[in-house]
Ligand binder design. Sequence first.
Ligand code: TYD
Length: 133
Amino acid sequence: MHTKPYIIEFPKIGNSQLGYISVAEQGNLPFEVKRIYWTYYTPERVERGGHSHYELEQILVAMAGKIIITVETLDGLIKEFILENPNQGLFIPKNTWRTMKYTHNAVQMCIASSVYDEKDYIRDYKQFKAIQK
Ligand code: TYD
């Protein structure tokens, strides 16, 4: 099991003349996929996220546009990642606080290890800091 966020490079098939295909499939993902959803039309002034998860693991992909993601892991490490290539994803492990900002044209795909469950969220930053100790 991975405990650190990291960039996943998906295969990129094709060329600039014809365009590209990228693939996410069971062989190149760090968990079994239960759900895929996507977010879009997020105004640039809006910061999304602001939560961690007890169990959920996710991979975010900028299918279009640019996403700036700040993550804080259980060991207190804070890191910023920029997604702007559709052949890259960011793996976010469980117990990781995340915030995201988007360009107006960004379409974010989220590949998730579980179905949606509000009980799996920590939405209070103080509560997240408390589990770091
Ligand atoms: P949230 O996971 O906080 O989104 P983000 O991390 O992109 O900011 O979810 C935002 C709202 O949408 C929250 O009220 C929960 C709800 N929601 C669902 O109803 N179903 C879902 O599958 C997801 C992911 C969120």
